[in-house]
Write a protein that binds this ligand. Sequence first.
Ligand SMILES: [Zn+2]
Length: 245
Amino acid sequence: MNDQNSNSLSASLMKEQKHTEEHQQDSSGELKRQSEERDLAIESEPSKHDGSLSLHDNAIQIKRPFQDACETFTSEEIEQHKHWMKHALTLADKAELIGEVPVGACVVLNGELIGEGYNTPITDNDPSAHAELRAVKAAASQVQNYRLVDATLYVTLEPCSMCAGMLVHARVKRVVFGAKDAKTGAAGSVMNLLQHSALNHQIEIVSGVLADECAQKLSDFFRKRRKEIKAAKKAQKLKENGESD
Ligand SMILES: [Zn+2]
């Protein structure tokens, strides 16, 4: 387990841009839909895997700051990571319920949950309202400290550059994420801000924890949205044809 990009079961996904696109169901909808489909290209089809624990475990990769050590986790640590990732997945469900892209995050310190959040940029008209940002804000408020030294952030999707920058500022010790984001991921996919040598803090990265579940949730969400957009367009066409008769 020495390189994030090798042997990964993760999917490549895009998020926020499509939010806006999907909310604008105008005449150029077809183009937008195509661009979304391109964004959703799956690197490795999750359904090809049998979902067994061993496969998931093999997909988990650790990247220490400056890659000074490549160790494997104990089974107990893996279980812990899965436990908190499952919690992040339930937070992602909350985002989906309000029409947001299903991404969830939580912050854990000394085995205890100190903050959680999920995507709300559309709901809050706030481009910064990503799951990670909201979870870290809640955690910092909880411990009454703007630094979260020794804390671990769990998030279902690889952090973007905005969130990665914020995580460095917060001095988070470790970031554990599920699915990779090949378009905007700033924890190794597009760039690695979490371990940038020019910055004054580097964060340990663990990727691929419940990656299939995290990716599947996003794929299902966008598939559903595409269907809804298609149905809305069909209804609109029928209405227009009815009016012209
Ligand atoms: Zn983000």
